[in-house]
Structures are given as C-alpha cells and as structure tokens.
Design a protein around this ligand. Structure first.
Ligand code: UTP
Length: 465
C-alpha cells in the first residue's frame, strides 16, 4: 500500500489523523504504519463508527429485558446410547475436527507465556496444551480416525505456541493435522470515533475476541482446509479448561440427531454471581447473555421453588456444523464495546499510559452466533465431570482448584474400578492422581486396562514414563 492509497482509505473512514506524524517517521516506521493500515478490517471499522455514533445501538442490560430461560436437554440413563452411536460413527468416518481458541492474554492468571503452556498436570506437570493434545490422540486411537486440530493464536503468542508444540513433538499428534492460525486485531477508539495511535508510527491494536475465530478461519484458509479434509462437524473449546471432554461422542451425536447448526454444553451456575453467560430465549431465538449484561434483579431472581430462573451457564463448549461457520463468517458477529485504559500518543508524539479508562476496545464473542442457528441444542452436563477452568492465579477457578477437580475425577474412575483411593478423615485425597488420556479416557477404559490387584499407595501417574 502506498501513502496515497492509505490516505484515501483513511479519508473515507474519517481517520486522516493516523498520518499526522508521517513527516517525522523514518522508512521503517512508515512501512510499519502502512502495513497496519493495509491490514485493517475496514468493514468492521465502519460498523464501529456507526456504533459509537448511536448509543442506542450499543449492547447493554436494557437490551435484554424480554428474556426467558432457554429449554435445556438433560439426558437420563439409557438416553445416551443412540447419540453415542451416532457421534462415534461421525468420528470413525473422519468427519469431526477440533477447534481450540488460545489467543487470549491470560491477564488474570498473570502467567508469562501462552496460557496453554501452563504446567497443570497434578503429577506430571503436563501443560494445558499437552492435556488437550493427548485427548485428541486418544480419540484418534479409539476410533482409528484422523482428527484435525485447529488452534487459534494471537499475534502476541503465535510464535511461542508453535515453538512449544514443535519442541514437544506435537505430543504424539501428526503435525500435518495440527494447524495454527492467528486471530485478527481491532483498533481502539476515542469516544469521537477516531482510532487511537499508540505512538507516532503505530495504531493501538488488540485481539478481536474469541468471536474473531470466524473471520480468522476464513482469512487463513482454514475453512477451505476443513472442506478439503471432508469435515462436517467442529468441536470448539477454550484452552483453560483441562476437564473438557473433547469431541464427546454423546454431545456430537445429540447435535447431529437434532439437526443442529450449533450446540452448547451448559451447566447449572455455582451461584448467582458466577460470571458465566446464561442461556436465554429472546424473541423466540436461543441466545447467550453475558453475565455483565444482566441487571442485578435478573441475576438474583429466584423462582418459587428457590431455583435461579437463569440457571444454566455456557462454558464455551460448542459443536458447529461447518456450513454454519461459513454462513456466520458472511453474517458478521456483533461487536461488544469495553472501556479500557489504552496507551496513546499525545500531540507531541509521546506515548502516555492513562490511569483510568480513556478509550473503547471492541471484541466479538463466538456465542453471538447462536441466535442465527436455525436449529440449536443446549445439553446439560455435570460440572464436576467437565469444567474446572484456570482463570485466576489463586482462589476460585485457579490452578489449585482445577488440579483438585481433575484428581477427584480420576479418583472416581479408580473407585468405579474397585480401587481404594486414600483419603484423610475429612475425605480429602492424601495423594496425587493423574491418568494420561492415551492410557485411559474414561472410567470404563481405565477399568479395562488396570492390572489385576492394582493398589494406590502414593502418588499415581498412569500412562507416562
Ligand atoms: P478469557 O475471556 O478467559 O480471556 O478467554 P483470557 O485471555 O484467557 O484471560 P483474561 O481474561 O485476560 O484473564 C476465554 C478463551 O478465549 C480465548 C482464550 O485464549 C481462552 O481460551 N480468547 C480470548 C481468544 O482466543 N482470543 C481472544 O481475543 C480472547
């Protein structure tokens, strides 16, 4: 892109100020700025300007006043059998791919590096990426199938993520089926709709949220790759939940049987204050409403039986049909504004770090695709079996609580196999337990593999050297 072309684009968007330090930039600075301008998502920037100009168009709690709880499917007893058969068949036929979003910055955890490289295995210290990758390898072995693994990174962590997988031998997966792609970025905006310059030759850019996956899949050729491989169904999850049952055949089977375009696993919220988005019916369509977008009355309301009316939260475990992903790329997801502290460059060209929110960042959320689905399924799951995210350094949803939840799940598998699990008088585990997913990925597979007379006398790590 030339200077003239950049100026023309910026003029059209009312953003000429971006070039105001041009005469002071050296060659490298000019080239860098032109590249940023060239890569801007112009369609989205126009939408943001419209949004900033019309407060009524913004998402806020008042937009969610006419909502009801969405219907949720709960499977009982033998009801799993048929969906399991359908899901397993799709896996065996190689129709299922895996989508992982791992582009986040992990600010709350405060860990230096991609969150997926965090060592979480209770005994092995396996990274989150390793735990996920080994589950996919277990699927490939169990169903004699190829299960491609698509990983979304962001500019800030892409190189480190790729290097990590490479240095760990892709955890046994075939590198040909591990595909990395980088999510897009969006500028931050002053309240008057101008983009924020971080320094004289640089726009401030931030990742565009997990909903950025749609445009990123398209832009980087991943949708075409999925089509080439004959995939029809994509299982989606987040990097920070080591308990996720990746490509759970029952979930996939329910999705396919229902003819759904998008499906979500949902669980009962821990308490009204838990920050999960809740599933609702709005204008007859299923939708997820972010916790922050509910009013206090909506969060705290109770039904006469004491239950929360908006009881079921989404934990970002989804299944999509590939055709629906394509459709949603074209439709474009809504943009959510968030007022943040954004470093900016003042009139003299000096970068300043504000101590309070000064500008608006925008993100897209993948769950906003839900109302567009002509058929969608919400399936209840048991939290203790599948959800223990690593969000904070300490306290709730931290590495400590997540490791404990993993160990308790393994402990249930051992108990089901008739193995005594050592506990103290208060019922707490007195040793650490871990099972590599390739060794066993369920109570049944563990039972089938355990040597006769197996006992737990101290820490256990099954399936690793
Ligand atoms: P979170 O919203 O928990 O954000 O992301 P985070 O970056 O991991 O952590 P905080 O909020 O900074 O503490 C949920 C999932 O979405 C991915 C994350 O990697 C995580 O798997 N994500 C989030 C992206 O891939 N891109 C984004 O822009 C944001």
């Amino acid at each position: 892109m030339t200077y003239e072309q950049a100026r023309e684009v910026l003029q059209r968007l009312g953003q000429e100020h971006v070039l105001r330090f041009w005469s002071q930039l050296d060659q490298g600075g000019r080239a860098g700025l032109l590249k940023q301008i060239e890569e801007l998502d112009l369609r989205t920037i126009e939408r943001i300007r419209t949004l900033l100009g019309s407060p009524a168009a913004r998402e806020d709690a008042t937009a969610h006043k006419d909502i009801q709880p969405a219907p949720v499917v709960s499977l009982r007893g033998g009801e799993e059998r048929e969906p399991r058969r359908i899901g397993e068949q799709a896996l065996r036929e190689g129709k299922v791919g895996i989508l992982l979003v791992a582009g986040g910055q992990g600010t709350r955890l405060g860990y230096d590096g991609p969150k997926g490289t965090y060592a979480l295995g209770p005994v092995s210290g396996a990274s989150l990426f390793e735990i996920h990758a080994r589950k996919i390898l277990a699927l490939e072995k169990a169903y004699s199938a190829k299960v491609p693994f698509y990983i979304m990174t962001s500019e800030g962590n892409d190189a480190d993520t790729r290097r990590f997988f490479q240095s760990c031998g892709y955890f046994g997966l075939d590198p040909e089926r591990v595909k990395f792609f980088v999510q897009g970025t969006l500028p931050a905006f002053w309240p008057d709709g101008r983009m924020v310059l971080e320094s004289p030759g640089r726009l401030f850019l931030a990742p565009d949220g997990h909903g950025g996956i749609l445009t990123a899949l398209d832009r980087t050729g991943m949708l075409a790759d999925m089509e080439r491989r004959g995939l029809t169904t994509l299982f989606y999850f987040q990097v920070d939940n080591p308990m996720v049952e990746i490509a759970d055949p029952v979930f996939i089977g329910c999705h396919l049987k229902h003819g759904a375009e998008m499906s979500l696993k949902v669980c009962a919220k821990r308490d009204p204050a838990e920050g999960l988005g809740v599933v609702v019916l709005r204008e007859g369509r299923q939708a997820v409403v972010e916790y922050t977008e509910l009013t206090d009355a909506q969060k705290q309301a109770r039904r006469p039986d004491g239950e929360l009316p908006f009881k079921f939260g989404s934990v970002a475990i989804h299944v999509f049909s590939l055709a629906f992903l394509r459709q949603e790329v074209a439709a474009g997801l809504p943009l959510h504004p968030a007022h943040k502290k954004v470093p900016y460059c003042d009139e003299s060209g000096t970068t300043c770090k504000p101590d309070k929110s000064n500008a608006c960042k925008f993100e897209k959320f993948i769950f906003d695709a839900l109302p567009d689905a002509s058929a969608a399924l919400l399936l209840e799951f048991a939290r203790e079996e599948e959800f223990a995210p690593v969000k904070n350094a300490e306290g709730e949803d931290s590495p400590a609580t997540s490791r404990m939840a993993m160990m308790e799940k393994f402990a249930r598998w051992f108990a089901a196999a008739g193995v005594r699990v050592p506990r103290d008088d208060a019922g707490r585990l007195t040793c650490r337990i871990e099972v590599d997913p390739v060794y066993a990925h369920s109570a049944e597979t563990l039972q089938a593999r355990l040597p006769a007379g197996f006992r737990i006398d101290g820490d256990v790590l099954l399936g690793k050297a």
